[in-house]
Every structure is written in structure tokens, then in C-alpha cells.
Design a protein around this ligand. Sequence first.
Ligand code: ADP
Ligand code: MG
Length: 712
Amino acid sequence: MTQIINNSIFALMKPNILQTPIDYLKGVGPSRAQLLRTELGIHTFQDLINLFPNRYIDKTRYYKIYELRPTSAEVQIVGKIVHLKTVEQKRGKRLVATFVDDTGQMELVWFRGHKWIRENLKLNTPYVIFGKTKYYNGYSMPHPEMELLSTHQQSLRITMQPVYPSTEKLSNKGVTNRVISKMMEALFTETQVKFMETLPVGILSDLHLISKSEAMFNVHFPKNQELLAKAQYRLKFEELFYIQLQLLIKKLVRKQKIKGFPFTEVGSYFNNFYSHHLPFELTNAQKRVIKEIRNDLGTSAQMNRLLQGDVGSGKTIVGLMAMLLAIDNGFQACIMAPTAILATQHFQGIQELVQDLDINVKLLMGSTTTKERRQIHEELEQGSLHILVGTHALLEDKVQFHNLGLAIIDEQHRFGVAQRAKLWHKNTYPPHILVMTATPIPRTLAMSVYGDLDISVIDELPPGRKSIKTVHRYDSNRLKVFKFIADEIKKGRQIYIVYPLIQESEAMDYKDLMDGYESIARYFPPPDYQISIVHGQMKPADKDYEMERFVKGQTQIMVATTVIEVGVNVPNASVMIIESAERFGLSQLHQLRGRVGRGAEQSYCILMTGHKLSEDSKTRLQTMVATNDGFEIAEVDLKLRGPGDIMGTQQSGVLNLKIADVVKDNEILKTARYYALQILKEDPALEKEQHAIVRYTYTQLGKHKNIWNYIS
Ligand code: ADP
Ligand code: MG
């Protein structure tokens, strides 16, 4: 007897009940189970319970037939079927029911499943029907959802009806939303699932959150709007809280465990440069960021910092000063850029800045000659080379540093994580890492994706910059634009004209570019005008030659594909013309525009398009015309494209949220991060009694890689 009782109690409390394969749920069976697995990735009870509704239909309202209007969306009506008939048609049979309430009548129509309906429908019995209505010589509702009024009144789903994620295949095979709701109901009633609380009492009471069990129940079977809102808030908070906790713990662990070389000295290179060789006064933002970097480098933990700053905000000099700190402490530094043009420009810029400092700077790229390479390798290994600038070529196995202390990666979005990690393995300790990016990542997204990195932001442009005037012009106005170009050239300015380059249609893009080039060349003939052209199909040496001519001011117009997007600096260029601007994404448009506005003159950006524009294209163009602020642009971009597209698939794990949305639930995210931070500040190892629940949940999370997996 005791034995039996114990067993049954054990069975009830067994957390594994939720690991039961979905096949065993009432109303599922093998073929539906297979569909659920392939279509929605639902294998177990657990997976089903974590299928959260996309939206809810308000079934708090019942319509009367006389209230129907041709525009009525989905409605719910109580009434009876008084007559059922089959109507033969050329294209097949339909089953038509006459449905009445005390205010009128309408038709219910089925194009398939007649046999089942004929056998199961009860005439003259109150039903609740639900569906979209159509108006044609009276109202009809095709394939209504139906439920006996008596059953309806007893069911759990009385008011707010959830709409679950689904696929076409599922609904074609009869696994409709109603069927899924039924399954959910069976799951809750049969298993009587009780959810273990996962948040500490302190947070629950602080934020007036409802319990886990209450939230889970109400997210699937909301009694009313208010409880639904509370349930969603609670579950979103929980999801974001544990993600933030994870990111923050990762950061803590990195700071404690991953040792780096401490740069304790602020020595003569840094000080000398700062006092005597700064070509301009640093902006406050630059000073602040340098301080942040200095603090990092001074500790014995490895720095892993993301430096964000809009195009032209002056990230290079910040990077250089960090490198000087490395050299002051007897280490080498490197800076890696995504293109040869950009690497060359960094090299020239840095060389100029440190020319009086007795610092050995070299440039390494794919095109570097064997002889030069040999010398670079040698000096690198000896340690007499202080700063190595280059492209991907820096990652080659032959490149061995004597003691690399700091690696700077410019324009981070072009490098994968694996490539970044390669730099690490060149040393006993990993070098400090500074990643510089001009693609502003909206703060909310940065928090969830790079929550474990430190982030510095240069949010101030050097003084005296005139903001760039941006306009949108149609292709039909091209001659006016050409006239404007001619006027600017007369004033001594230089012009960029950029064409899209999309991999899939490279040949077509090439043709567009060449056609454009020809018409420009006709309008701007030599000897009065000189034109450079740069595109992806040219040899690197030719590209460099053309680029060089433009940089030196020997040509007035640069016709190019997006190869010039990243980092190129020609202060005298004051006009950026972007052809087929509708084909570019927002961040790319912003990057391109950043090529101008670097000198003292008023600069312009002209976005050329055809007349046919999608809504998204219009929004992008309007945003560009309205603002120069990279962060604002990034927020719009995030709304247009969603977080997954912006960050790429690489980080999608972090963003693969079940219920929260990093964009829409931005405020909840901030709150969640705040609480995660508070707890870790107070109790970094989560040892205190009041955090036991957090510790337990966090550990479970590590085991299952899914925060919804801990229920008992
Ligand atoms: P980015 O952040 O886009 O890499 P750069 O580092 O290339 O920007 O700087 C853009 C231009 O602004 C360069 O010509 C640089 O010399 C100049 N610059 C940077 N900081 C300042 C400053 N504090 N005052 C004046 N000019 C500056
Ligand atoms: Mg730069």
C-alpha cells in the first residue's frame, strides 16, 4: 500500500512528465505527432507548452446576425442550424447550412469534409460559430469553427482565444489552431502541470509579477486582457532576465579567468604623443573612451571592447593611442582592416601621426612582395616592429609576433568570430582586443548580442563639421544633378558616384556601372575633367592606382561600386551620389554618405532612384534625408529588418527568443538587465539564500540550453 502511494506521488511530481513524447498526448497520435515534429519542432509535452501564441482573438464579444457588416472581420455568433443541404456546382459540391439567431439568418458553407459534417452536426442545437464572414446576396461564413454552446461554456478558452504559430501544411492536414488549442487544454488538464517558480521573491514583489504557474496558464488560456498582459510581461521578463544574467556572468568570468597582459605604464610614447604630437584637440567623447580603454588595459584581465562611433567620429586616433600604451609596456600592436584600400589609409595615417616618435610601422597585405614580407616576419619575431597594419594577411600562420599585446580590428562587421579568435592563438595570453565599428548597433540590440562585451561609444563628431545635406532625386532629373556636379567641381570639390554591387547579379551590376561611366564620361569630357573608376573586377594594383589618383586630387570624379564603402578618407570630396539607392540597405547608405562631410566645406549626398519604390525603400530614403545620426538610422533599420537580419545568423542563438522581442520589448529588456546587474553586484556567485532560485534556474538553463526547460 505505502509502496503504491509513494509511487503515485512520485509520478505526479516527476519533472520528466514534460519530457513525454508528444505522441502520448490525448488527441495527438502518431501522424499528428510526426507533423508537429517536422513543422513546429515539437517533440515533447514540454515543447508544446512552450509554443506561445502569436496573437489572441478577442472572443469576449458575441455578435448578432443583424449586426454584421460587409467589413466585419472575424466574428463569433451564437445560433442554430435549421437546415442542411448539398448544392451541386460545376466545380464540385458544397454543403450549405442555414444558420439563425433571434435577429436573422445566414449561411455556413463547406467545400470539403462533407461526410464528417453531415454525420456530426446537430440540427436545432445551440452552437457558437467563429470565422470570417463574406457578403454576397446575404452573409455567409466558409468553414466556420464550431462548438456546441454547452461545451463552449465549460471550456477553458472562454474569452481571449490564442492564435498559435502554424504552417500551411499543418492547417491543410487538419491541425488547425483549434486543434492545437485542444491539445494545449488536454496537456494542462491531464498533467496538471505545476510550474516551479523561477524568479526570486524580491523581484516578484518589486515588479508586481504574477507567479510562473499563473503566467503559464494565462498565456495559453487568458481570462481577460489584464491577466494576459501580466502573464506576457512576467514571461518576457523572465526570458530576458536569464539571458542578461548569462551574458553578465560570461563577462564576469572572462574578467576573472582570462588573463591579459596588464599595461601598467603610461610611458613616454603615449605622453609624448599626447603633449606634443596630437594634430588636434580630442573631443570629450574621444577623451572619455581613451580613459575607458586605459582602465581596461591597466588590469590583468583581457580587454574585449567594442568601440562604436559614427563615420568620421575619429576612432583611428583612439586606436592609435591604445597602441602607444601597448608599446610603452614593451608590446607590439596590430590593426587589421577589411580592405587593402583601408589598410593602406590606416598605414599612411598612422605613419604620419607617429613620424617623430621613433616607432616602426609596417604594412602587410596580400600584395606585399616576398622580400618585404620576409623583412616584416623577421622584425615581427624579433620585436623590433611595433605596429603592424594590414588586411586578412595578418591572420596567416607565418605571421608570428614576438609579443602581441593589442589587436585592433576595424569595421568589425566584415570579420567573423572565428577569424577574430585566430589572433588570440598567437600568444601565451590573448592580446587585448579592440573592435572598432562605424555601424552603430542600437543600444537594445547591443545589450542582448554583445551584452558580454564592454562597449565604448564616441557620440560626438569633431568640431566644425557641417552636417551633410541629403536629398532624394529621380533618375529623370539626372541632367540637373550633372549640372550640380559641374558647379561643385568648378569650386574645386571632388565627387563620388557609387553603383550597387550585388553578388547574385554581378554581370548586370557591372553593365550598369559601365553604362553609367560612359554617360558620365560623355558629360564630363577630358581634359577639363578626369575620372577614376574602381570596381571589384579590377586587379588590386589598378584599383590602388585609380584610388590614389583620386586621393591626390588628380581626378575629380570617382565612379565606383561599394568597394569604397569602408573607411576611405578624402576630405576634399564633398558630393556623394548613390545610384539605384533603393537597392542599398540603410546602414550601407549611411556608410557611403560618411565618405563625404570630412572637410570644412558643405557636403551633399544625392540619392538617385527610379519612380517605382517599395514602402520599405521609401522609408529608408526618407530616413536618410531626415537624419545624419547613425544611431537613429540603426533603430529604423532594426525595425525594418528585424534583429536576425542585422546581426546575421552567427548570433541568432541569443536572439532566438520564445516570447520576448528585443526590439518591441526594449523597456522590459532594460529592466531585466538592471535586475540581473543588481543581483550579480550584490552576490556574484549567487550564493545567498534569496538567490537560490536564480542559481538553480541558471544551472538548469546551462544543462538544457533553453530557459523554459525547468519545471517540476
Ligand atoms: P572614423 O571614426 O570614421 O574612423 P577617422 O578616425 O578616420 O574617423 O577620423 C575622421 C577624420 O577626422 C580624420 O581626418 C581625423 O584626422 C579627423 N579627426 C579625428 N578626431 C578629430 C578631432 N578631435 N578634431 C578634429 N579632427 C579630428
Ligand atoms: Mg575608420
